[in-house]
Write a protein that binds this ligand. Structure first.
Ligand code: DAK
Length: 259
């Protein structure tokens, strides 16, 4: 499939999805969101890590497309746009594989929310993150109020959302929003090296860990630990569990199949 506003590249088991509308700082319009959704849907079982990044030198994604949004006059159209965005982000979040946001510049509004829908964020030194929606008379609408709060806590989330301000990569790391800050030229290589480490491990175990972390995050510890026990038990008898332990005992690297 050919896309206009995104690029989907495969390097072995690692896919890189680039939002690529640099003229508009990769802002998310309808077409871009549609292509993004189609690209995520197209990922096959051979893809085991997804990296999401922005095209050009300046931006990850500078938000929803304000020009297009401002022309949405009718409530049903706004509803459709909202549904598309929610569907695309939920799809990304529901992937059973690790997803990494490589934030290479401005990640504002819907762009920051896109990064938040990934499993974790690495940022370049020139990244700027923020949720400026209140300055446009709206609030974050692609899950930002909820996901940011779960990551940095209520007070930090409120500070960022109420001020509509931008924070640089160092500050974002300090509050736990991004994990590491890299020189711009090293950002993607860093993401790929982290991906390479994950590729050595059992895909089945990783997807189970991701599922129980996500499902357990909003439960009390007792219920959450029940999920962990179930996930742990389910893995016993899998080919990956047998291979992982056998390889350890035979002092050789494991060859996992994800089964
Ligand atoms: N939308 C459309 N075009 C954008 C854009 C955006 N978000 N951001 C930048 N651009 C365009 C600029 O208009 C400009 O286009 P030309 O004038 O060259 O045609 C080009 O990209 C370059 O931008 P600048 O000239 O402004 O570049 P600067 O370096 O001077 O400034 C900036 C960079 C990132 C600080 C600035 O562009 C900026 O403030 N951009 C807007 C950032 C922003 O406010 N983002 C949040 C958007 S609101 C919803 C769910 C979610 C949302 C909404 C609804 N529902 C559930 C319904 C989400 C809302 C948002 O994301």
């Amino acid at each position: 499939m050919t896309y206009e506003n995104i690029r989907l590249e495969h390097d072995g088991a690692v896919a890189t999805l680039t939002i690529d509308r640099p003229k508009a700082l990769n802002a998310l319009n309808n077409k871009t969101l549609q292509e993004f959704e189609a690209a995520v849907k197209s990922l096959g079982a051979d893809t085991r890590v997804l990296i999401v990044t922005g095209g050009g030198e300046k931006a990850f994604v500078a938000g929803a497309d304000i020009a297009e949004m401002s022309s949405i006059a009718e409530h049903p159209e706004a509803q459709k746009f909202a549904e598309l965005g929610h569907r695309a982000f939920a799809l990304l979040e529901s992937l059973a594989i690790p997803t990494i946001a490589a934030v290479n510049g401005f990640a504002l509004g819907g762009g920051c929310e896109l990064a938040l829908a990934c499993d974790f964020i690495y940022a370049s030194e020139k990244a700027q993150l923020g949720l400026p929606e209140v300055g446009l008379g709206v609030i974050p609408g692609f899950g930002g109020t909820q996901r940011l709060t779960r990551i940095v806590g209520r007070a930090r989330a409120k500070e960022l959302i109420f001020t509509g301000g931008r924070i640089d990569a160092a500050k974002a790391k300090e509050i736990g929003l991004v994990l590491e800050v890299l020189p711009a030229a090293e950002l993607l290589a860093h993401c790929r090296s982290v991906a390479a480490k994950m590729l050595k491990n059992s895909p089945l175990a990783i997807s189970t860990a991701k599922r129980v972390i996500e499902q357990g995050a909003d439960k009390d510890l007792g219920e959450a630990n029940t999920l962990e026990r179930q996930g742990f038990a389910e893995l016993f008898g899998s080919e990956d569990q047998r291979e992982g332990m056998k390889a350890f005992l035979e002092k050789r690297p494991a060859v996992f199949t994800g089964k």
